[in-house]
Design a protein around this ligand. Structure first.
Ligand code: OSB
Ligand code: MG
Length: 370
């Protein structure tokens, strides 16, 4: 199919409440949405990067620059025979995986629509609903945290992820473990620990955590491997895995037992499938992470999480955990009895865009015809 036209939107969608993690404070979801037109169909993709380079180096401004000056010109008016060609076509640009992922996902959406299959079936997924959990924003006190976690558990979420730092990890995780002895509980450090915290990690080993996510530096694999060899709790990598090669290196170095796979962070769906298959061979567990995406990005994440190895609960929550109003017509809802979310069953990403909401949250829009 020929890539006839690409529309790019910059959106800001207000969150229900401020999302705080170590170093990141955001009160609205900023993102770029792409629409790709081909053969009478439209494919959608989302670049969920933040306004500031505090999670990875990309920002809305860098993604806009890379998309408009390099990536979109590489793709426009090209004839594409399979969605796997996109990573190759975009490969002259190094890095900038989130910018690339928006185009990659939109082309996968187009091909799934053309084949009249929901994306999960088109990529070889094996389940129609995904087990999910909540990533809880940092709270101002342990009392507030226990209250917030209780409300999520009451809603039906069976896995809770706390944002942790050397200051709060023991008190927060212990408080939740005491209230919920059997809850699937984990901590995400966003790189604020160091190997000097080894004594603390050994104390955390007693809390029966599902995993600790990204404790050490965002660009480190070696020290994660040294840490993993000294503690029982499985380590999970997030920020350190940005490519197929990163995952090969992490497996070779034994830097983690688990990978939090965000399709946007690794450049889209083709690389996600490659990493999935590498992890299957390497004995690494997988789950689907999130970037607080709009309904478009979260729909893609749901489809991805249908792949066989995505067996641990995903960071994909219901619409009402993030937004009062979203840009898709369908609300994403939690099945409270088993902490799952149904994967959309219509062709492609399987959700309809609410054009009024898209317009409402759009700050600017551009079209490219080649
Ligand atoms: O580290 O996984 C993270 C959100 C923004 C940036 C980084 C992270 C997160 C989350 C939220 O933990 C996951 C979600 O609900 O989308
Ligand atoms: Mg993380």
């Amino acid at each position: 199919m020929k890539i006839e036209r690409i529309d790019l939107y910059y959106l800001e969608i207000p969150f229900i409440y401020l999302f705080k993690t170590n170093g990141i404070n955001i009160d609205s979801h900023s993102c770029l949405i792409v629409k790709i037109y081909s053969d009478g169909l439209i494919g959608y993709g989302e670049c969920p990067t933040f306004n500031e380079p505090f999670y990875n180096y990309e920002t809305i401004t860098t993604a806009h620059h890379i998309l408009t000056d390099f990536l979109i010109p590489l793709l426009l008016q090209k004839n594409i025979n399979s969605p796997q060609e996109i990573t190759q076509i975009l490969s002259p640009v190094r890095g900038h995986q989130m910018a690339k992922s928006a185009l990659d996902c939109a082309v996968w959406d187009l091909f799934a629509k053309k084949n009249n299959l929901p994306l999960w079936k088109y990529i070889g997924g094996v389940r129609e609903k995904v087990t999910v959990g909540v990533s809880v924003s940092l709270q101002s006190s342990v009392v507030n945290l226990v209250e917030r976690v209780s409300s999520y558990v009451e809603e039906g979420y069976q896995r809770i992820k706390l944002k942790i730092s050397p200051d709060n990890a023991l008190s927060c995780l212990t408080a939740i473990r005491e209230s919920y002895p059997d809850l699937m509980l984990m901590g995400d450090a966003n790189s604020v620990f160091s190997l000097r915290d080894i004594g603390l990690f050994k104390q955390l080993d007693d809390l029966n955590l599902l995993m600790i996510e990204q404790p050490l530096a965002y660009d480190d694999l070696l020290e994660h491997s040294q840490l993993q060899s000294q503690i029982k709790t499985p380590l999970c990598l997030d920020e350190s895995i940005n490519s197929v090669n990163d995952s090969l290196n992490a497996i070779a170095l034994k830097s983690c037992q688990i990978i939090n796979l965000k399709q946007s962070r690794v450049g889209g769906i083709t690389n996600t499938i490659k990493i999935h298959n590498i992890c299957e061979k390497g004995g690494i567990k997988l789950w689907c992470g999130g970037m607080l995406e709009s309904g478009i990005g979260r729909a893609v994440n749901l489809h991805i999480a249908s792949l066989p190895l995505f067996q641990l609960p995903a960071d994909i929550s219901a619409t009402n955990r993030y937004f009062k109003e979203d840009i898709i017509a369908q609300n994403i809802t939690l099945n409270a009895q088993d902490s799952t979310i149904n994967i959309p069953q219509k062709a492609g990403i399987g959700v309809d865009i609410d054009e009024d909401k898209l317009e409402k949250f759009t700050l600017w829009q551009e079209s490219f015809m080649g």
